[in-house]
Design a protein around this ligand. Structure first.
Ligand code: 3EB
Length: 302
């Protein structure tokens, strides 16, 4: 199997270790945690347990705010042993953990996509470096209120997270797709889905929406410092890349990944990061991105 790999860098000395089923690394400001849930006929209980461990480790080690989560889910649109879609089974376990532990930061920014490997990999970025605000999209039902036709328990994530920190704020955009209200828009229409996805992103990071959440600043697609695009059909990748290059003008390196998405009718999903001032924290930079861009400063200035 050919996989992809994210490299995480640190600002200063790191400490790493393992605790329960988790592996972790941290510098002064950020804690990254990863966990692997082996494949099985049902995953909800294991997902709940891993989340309980994540909440405990983050809180107990002094990085209480989970600012970003990624979930790479094998056979995401397949059925589990009970005939429930694996993603829905995953959402049950995640929702149980949120109901039980009610983390102080509310819902985190997240991505939930398929993996070509088996099992579920969870990657977490937690921080103690600032104030974290969960951001929703007024054009979308909050995912944690999706009706049960999408699964017994709704997904537990926010549309974005805004981290205010002394060294520079960071906006974490969750995986964003062609969902309006709670429904998939433009089924079977790649360009329709891409346009709707970009419109959702503009709304989430735009000034009126941030103001509604008590956050100052207004951003656009050109302000993104990192963009990752998940594309269901390999044959669509060139067309998606061409559109993304014309709109994400702040940094030419849009990363494209072939991946299944959490609803079988979604064809594309886009996540990203905006460094508001002071550049990207090192932990969020690409290996070839030495010093993080900070173009968003110009836009956010009055
Ligand atoms: C959606 O809008 C698309 O399960 O963590 C996006 C981001 C999506 C995160 C997750 C799912 C997740 O519902 C799907």
């Amino acid at each position: 199997m050919i996989g992809t790999c994210d490299t995480w860098s640190a600002e200063d000395a790191v400490d790493s270790g393992a605790e329960w089923s988790l592996r972790y690394t941290h510098d002064d400001d950020f804690l990254s945690i990863s966990a692997f849930i082996p494949p099985s006929g049902r995953c909800a209980e294991a997902v709940r347990d891993v989340y309980a461990e994540i909440f405990a480790l983050a809180g107990w080690s002094g990085y209480p705010d989970i600012c970003r989560l990624w979930h790479y889910i094998g056979d995401i649109n397949g059925d589990n042993a009970d005939g429930l879609e694996v993603y829905r089974d995953f959402c049950v376990g995640r929702a149980l953990a949120f109901e039980e532990f009610r983390p102080p930061f509310g819902m985190p920014a997240a991505t939930g996509v398929g993996s070509s490997g088996e099992g579920i990999t969870v990657c977490v970025l937690a921080t103690r470096a600032g104030k974290l605000t969960a951001i929703e999209n007024p054009d979308q039902v909050p995912a944690y209120r999706y009706p049960t036709r999408y699964g017994p328990k709704p997904p537990s994530f926010a549309r974005a997270g805004y981290l205010e920190r002394a060294e520079g704020d960071v906006l974490f955009l969750s995986g964003t797709a062609s969902v309006t209200g709670h429904e998939t828009a433009h089924r079977g229409d790649l360009h329709g889905q891409l346009d709707r996805t970009l419109a959702n992103i503009r709304t989430v990071v735009g000034g009126p929406n941030l103001a509604r959440h008590g956050v100052a600043g207004h951003f656009g697609l050109a302000d993104f410092d990192r963009v990752k695009v998940y594309v269901r059909n390999a044959g669509d990748m060139a067309a998606v890349e061409a559109v993304c290059r014309t709109v994400f003008t702040g940094d030419p390196a849009v990363e494209l990944v072939r991946a299944d998405l959490c609803r079988s009718d979604l064809l594309v999903g886009i996540e990203g990061v905006i460094a508001v001032r002071g550049g990207l924290p090192k932990v969020l930079r690409r290996a070839d991105q030495p010093d993080g861009a900070s173009r968003a400063q110009a836009v956010s200035a009055p």
